[in-house]
Design a protein around this ligand. Sequence first.
Ligand SMILES: *[C@@H]1O[C@H](CO)[C@@H](O)[C@H](O)[C@H]1NC(C)=O
Length: 149
Amino acid sequence: MALKPIRLELLVLLILSQRLPHLTAWLWVSTESPSEVRACPGKDVLLSCIFTVYPRPVRLQVLDVYWRRNNKKVARFYDFETDWRSRVSLFPEKLKKGNASLIIYQVDGTYKGHYVCQIRYGRQHQKIAIDLHLRTTPQEIAQCVAVDP
Ligand SMILES: *[C@@H]1O[C@H](CO)[C@@H](O)[C@H](O)[C@H]1NC(C)=O
């Protein structure tokens, strides 16, 4: 019995989306950080970058996480390899859960700047941006002490 043409198309689509998920993958990138983060000198700061993919689960082989500060690479996960500059880290074990956040340890003035988290997933790509400032006035620094006894 021959399949009707429309059914055949659906079948081909179904098989394609199963076999080649990167062709039909869907990506959404967001952040839980404010667009301007005011960090406390000497403290650790988390820059949030969260992504959702469809279909699930996350396929690390088509994932490329690229964090830049003022257009220079600070951290990357690509082809199962991670690299980052000193005092900066991703959480590789969290990537499968869609968490590509960046932590900066003991932040100081050299880490100020415009951060971009760019995620490529197969053919999809999206990014979010966060500006990192350092608290400098005595009042602002007093708040840092207050939240961390
Ligand atoms: C992402 O991972 C970091 C580090 O473990 C954690 O602090 C943060 O809460 C996570 N964010 C989400 C949305 O799960």
